[in-house]
Design a protein around this ligand. Structure first.
Ligand SMILES: Cc1ncc(COP(=O)(O)O)c(C=O)c1O
Length: 452
């Protein structure tokens, strides 16, 4: 029986266990209290699964054709933290694209890993976050790498040649962790880029909530090779996940994967076909559906704004007035994420709404930067966050060492990580972001945290 089925068994029970609503709707008005459970005889325990959760994890591993899977209740973030801690040792050198997700940096910081970055040489969003085998070979000449962490696909849908990279990693006995947060659908559909878990990667982490239909924060981790120390991984999963894992998330995750196993192939084939229709329906002189040159995920649609009177955030605002919400809007493009729940009708409505957007000449198009000047690390992230720090205005920050992550949005790539020197160029960029009113994580009221 499923996790959900076992939760339903208890719906009329008189509860003297947590949570405090005791399954009564009047105390939990959203209406989910009856299946919001704790560890009981038939509900199993995520941290020591022997019953329904164990069975669900085995079914997930079957669906994804991997050795073992773990259900996650703290998103891919928790899975990535645990994978990094379990796979690498302090002072190991690990290669990653500078455009990696913050949770990857957090893992590197906690384990005191020495990152070796691949900086994308691009003003195009496409390149941010990808990595090529040539980059890896060049880095290997200079550093004795313990392994690498690849984001696949990137947020914008571009894909590294993961099969080639996995072969290299296996041949050279390097650990390959794959942040497949945006790719839980890949293994389940046809004519999409190959899923990393099929290539010989060691651990693959997927946010099933992003492209499939499980509730936000649910995710899965796949152990895809026999190099992984499972006991160590499970120890860290216990560390980075709540000791009261949500049964709503677990049940939703199990059901969503069952649903995807049956329906993802057709749903994503429809999306790939609709992509061409959508592209034809767009007013070509104003919008262009980006067709990346290399491998890409056809479910992620980067729509470039060719009309100079358009600006991404303004497009988002006007679409929102028409009850259409997009994933993201940058200076010169907007991003539509299709998922297992996307319908053809949604896509037609989006194309009509885009074609009806009014230009807003006041906002001149500014080209976002997707690559920042390489920063020099003076100490490790772990050392840096342990130091005494103080806030300093960005204007005065040049020459100091950052005590925090400084991450401009868009596109969410760190300009600085803790321990890196704030160069004149980087200080000027922070001043510029501040003047433009751009959101920059790590800059508060025009001030940045530096080591004293
Ligand atoms: C590339 C990438 N990795 C990891 C994550 C973290 O995933 P989650 O939100 O499931 O913790 C995200 C979230 O946006 C992401 O974009």
């Amino acid at each position: 029986m499923s996790i959900f089925g076992n939760l339903e068994k208890y719906q009329h029970s008189i509860r003297f266990h947590t949570p405090g609503h005791k399954g009564r709707m009047e105390h939990e008005p959203i209406g989910l209290a009856y299946i919001d459970m704790t560890e009981l005889k038939d509900t199993d325990c995520l941290h020591r699964p022997q019953g329904v959760i164990d069975q669900a994890q085995k079914r997930i591993a079957d669906v994804y054709k991997v050795a073992e899977s773990r259900m996650l209740v703290n998103g891919s973030s928790g899975g990535l933290l645990a994978s990094i801690m379990a796979s690498f040792s302090p002072k190991d050198k690990v290669l990653l694209p500078r455009g990696s997700h913050l949770s990857v940096y957090h893992g590197l910081m906690l384990q005191d890993i020495e990152p070796v970055y691949v900086y994308p040489d691009a003003s195009l969003p496409a390149e941010a976050g990808t990595i090529r085998l040539e980059d890896i070979l060049a880095a290997e000449q200079k550093h004795a790498l313990a392994g690498l962490i690849v984001t696949y696909p990137t947020y914008l849908g571009t894909c590294a040649d993961i099969a080639k990279i996995a072969v290299w990693a296996q041949d050279n006995a390097k650990i390959l962790l794959v942040d497949e947060a945006h790719g839980a659908h890949l293994a389940l559909c046809e004519d999409y880029p190959i899923a990393a878990e099929r290539t010989g990667a060691d651990i693959v982490v997927q946010s099933t909530h992003k492209m499939l239909s499980s509730l936000t924060q649910s995710a899965v981790l796949h152990i895809a090779s026999n190099k992984v120390d499972r006991a160590k991984l499970d120890l860290y999963l216990r560390l980075f996940q709540s000791s009261s894992p949500s049964y709503l998330l677990l049940a939703s995750l199990e059901e969503a994967i069952n649903y995807a196993a049956k329906n993802a192939r057709e749903a994503f084939a429809t999306i790939a076909k609709s992509r061409e229709m959508f592209s034809r329906m767009l007013a070509g002189e104003r919008f262009e559906l980006w067709q990346p040159k290399g491998i890409y995920d056809p479910a992620k649609w980067v729509i470039f704004l060719r009309d100079k009177g358009l600006e991404g955030r303004e497009v988002l605002r006007q679409l929102s007035e028409k009850n259409i919400e997009m994933e993201y809007g940058a200076d010169n493009f907007v991003l539509a994420y299709c998922g297992i729940g996307t319908t053809k009708d949604d896509i037609i409505k989006l194309s009509h709404a885009l074609n009806d957007i009014e230009p807003n000449k006041k906002n001149a198009t500014i080209q976002s930067k997707y690559s920042y000047p390489p920063a020099t690390a003076r100490m490790s992230m772990k050392e840096a966050v342990a130091q005494k720090s103080a806030y300093l205005s960005v204007q005065q920050s040049a020459g100091h060492i950052s005590a925090d992550f400084v991450v401009p949005y868009p596109p969410g790539i760190p300009l600085l990580v803790p321990g890196e020197v704030i160069s004149d160029e980087i200080a000027k960029m922070m001043v510029c972001f501040n003047q433009r009113g751009q959101t920059v994580l790590g800059v508060h009221g025009g001030e940045v945290k530096v080591i004293q």
